[in-house]
Ligand binder design. Sequence first.
Ligand SMILES: Nc1ncnc2c1ncn2[C@@H]1O[C@H](COP(=O)(O)OP(=O)(O)O)[C@@H](O)[C@H]1O
Ligand SMILES: [Mg+2]
Length: 274
Amino acid sequence: MTMRNLLEVSGLCKTFGHGSRAVKAVDDVSFSIREGSTLGVLGESGSGKSTLARCVLRLVEPDAGKIRFDGEDITWLTPGEMRQRRRDMQMIFQNPLSALNAKMTVEQNVMDPLDVWSIGTPSSRRAKARHLLDMVGLASKSADAYPWEFSGGQQQRVAIARALALEPRLLVCDEATSALDASVQAQIISLLVQLQKEMRLTYILISHNLGVVEYMSDEVLVMQAGKVRELSTTEEVYRFPKSDYTRALIRAVPRMPTPEELEERQRLRAERDA
Ligand SMILES: Nc1ncnc2c1ncn2[C@@H]1O[C@H](COP(=O)(O)OP(=O)(O)O)[C@@H](O)[C@H]1O
Ligand SMILES: [Mg+2]
């Protein structure tokens, strides 16, 4: 892992609404992420996690602050310029179907970004889509199926393949595994870790699952009411939380993991460190 920052954000602010109804969704947030690493983002519901991610990708326009991506200040790029840069920044969501076109087969869905950008030839695009489906663990024979024929975990694999089609540098995962049951969630996490290694991806990982964040993140940012409460290495945040808010979040883990989950976690760790 290099020490080079892929992303540098400083003083980012976003307020929704006006006057007494104004909500400071993101309030003076600064952080940076080294290329190839993962920043976990924790915080209670409504603390501004999704807005922060959307501001970084300029899917929501920030009111103030600065965003540097790969050394370039992207804060004031025009929508047309931004469209180019956004190839390097993709997002996956809790509901994979929201990112997929129900009228397209799985293969067409993965090919779609390549079609939109006219990358390669139709046959090379098809080959790439099949390769991507392979990478996310979906046999290419399923390529002609439609997304709704798939399980939630498989749909998320398709959404990941689609997000990776343009070979992004940054992948934002916004509660991407939250809707999946524990064993499927563990498979998707394992896939994301593997893809990160293979493709040198940088992740922003938003999750209310503390175990997932702890397992995947190099650093953790804790948000409360739009503000950064804590920003440090994962170990530091989990072992020595600086605020009562973080302590409460960490204590709010709903239950002890089952032996199977512990085993799975150990397996994932061994795999990751291999
Ligand atoms: N498009 C929007 N219009 C108005 N308010 C919004 C919008 N998006 C988010 N908010 C508000 O901003 C705050 C942060 O929301 P969000 O970023 O979704 O938090 P989180 O992802 O941590 O749950 C919340 O109070 C939410 O209601
Ligand atoms: Mg959110």
